[in-house]
Ligand binder design. Structure first.
Ligand code: ZN
Length: 405
């Protein structure tokens, strides 16, 4: 017992010397960090040093030797073993500060993290290297009504900006070509950011990484102290951008506010109904019944908004079928892993996907679970009923994210 007590000691008292630091706020804070690469490592390290009590770290990648030059949390042995970035980051953070809780998610920020996680955190940090992943993070943060802080690095240059519904939107700030490029990626492969379109091509250094991630965490600390923020104790980077250029040193903050009327990111999911009996492990037949009963409706259609369920790949020329029965986000890896499918040349349009975007009473695979059709734990599902759209949460999955409740 005594050992446990010792292990749980941490010197955060020193921060009470800061005029703005409120220990209870920081201990109870919940932060979602998307990406455990170079920026993620630095951001997570700072959050742990500050004693931010509850952190969720999401990354689908495994540790490689090339990561070690900018990743304070990783060791050569981790690369030897090819361990997951999120797992190791979580483990090392709790070594640095044993008083905090960290939950790793070795997966995709959109298809493996439920919206119930997003809606329960104080702030989201985007430590990402792809435009598509940032766009998804923007959409999910807006649906959940959360501020997200984006960091970007390249060479000796970096930027930080904050985004919030009705204030400033990442997707609206993109140039037309960028949007077109991204729409193509999203259409062809919803394995968001899994393509790592920029990874390896943007050279970065451990120095620019720590500068930019540090500013991100500083912004996060302000959002955590929301009351003080509302009183004007702080100003955030929401609607502005901090830019640092290290080659010929220059730094500044400039207006960076875009908010178009027709942007699809501006969607806030309100009046979410939490259903304590509903889990991603619930079978579809049962889930439809539970939702009908809870909502008092006759008809329920589940709209798959992040991932789509695929039944099979079909060869266009001769209608040969290859059974899939998994979400669309896994299709590109599946094709890559099969020589036969690769040879049919997906890119030239040799295959089409037999898929389901909406699930109702007519769905032929009622024994599958929600997870099997692409809905993650603690997600919020958009449903269509005879009364219109509604949102229900898989609240039985709170067991996977206890500290959020
Ligand atoms: Zn927008």
């Amino acid at each position: 017992m005594e050992n446990t007590e010792n292990r749980k000691k941490w010197g955060e008292d020193v921060f009470s010397l800061l005029s703005w630091f409120k220990m209870d706020k920081v201990k109870n804070a919940k932060v979602l960090v998307a990406g455990a690469g170079a920026l993620g490592n630095e951001a997570l390290k700072n959050l742990a040093l500050f004693g931010v009590g509850n952190i969720i770290v999401v990354d689908f990648d495994k540790i490689e030797y090339s990561n070690l030059t900018r990743s304070v949390l990783f060791r050569p042995e981790d690369a030897d073993k090819g361990l997951y970035k999120a797992d190791i980051a979580a483990k090392r953070l709790m070594e640095i500060n044993p008083t905090i809780n960290v939950i790793p998610v070795c997966g995709n920020l959109a298809t493996d993290v439920g919206l119930g996680v997003y809606r329960r955190v104080d702030v989201v940090l985007g430590c990402l290297d792809s435009l598509t992943a940032r766009t998804y993070l923007n959409r999910l943060s807006f649906r959940a009504g959360k501020v997200w802080i984006d960091g970007g690095i390249g060479n000796l240059e970096g930027q930080v900006s904050g985004y919030e519904m009705n204030e400033s939107c990442y997707e609206c700030s993109l140039m037309e070509e960028e949007v077109a490029d991204m729409e193509n990626r999203i259409m062809s492969c919803p394995a968001i950011g899994q393509e790592n379109e920029e990874a390896g091509r943007v050279p970065t250094t451990p120095v620019i990484t720590s500068i930019i991630a540090a500013i991100q965490v500083q912004e996060a600390m302000k959002i955590i102290h929301k009351e003080d923020l509302d009183k004007g104790v702080f100003t955030t980077l929401i609607g502005t951008m901090f830019n640092y250029e290290g080659m010929h040193p220059d730094a500044g903050i400039f207006d960076f506010k875009s908010y178009r009327k027709d942007c699809v990111s501006h969607e806030y999911w309100e009046d979410i109904v939490e259903i304590p009996q509903l889990s991603a492990d619930t079978k579809i037949s049962e889930a439809l019944d539970i939702i009908k009963k809870t909502m008092g409706v006759e008809n329920v259609e589940i709209n798959l908004r992040n991932d789509i369920f695929t039944e099979s790949l079909v060869v266009k020329s001769d209608n040969r079928k290859f059974k899939t029965m998994f979400p669309k986000s896994k299709i590109s890896d599946h094709i890559k892993s099969s020589k036969e499918l690769r040879d049919i040349s997906f890119l030239e349009g040799g295959l089409y996907i037999n898929e389901y975007e909406n699930i109702d009473q007519e769905f032929p695979f009622m024994d599958l679970t929600l997870k099997q059709i692409g809905i993650p734990y603690l997600d919020v599902i958009q449903i269509t009923t005879e009364k219109g759209y509604a949102y229900v949460e898989l609240t039985a999955d709170k067991k996977y994210y206890e500290f959020l409740f």
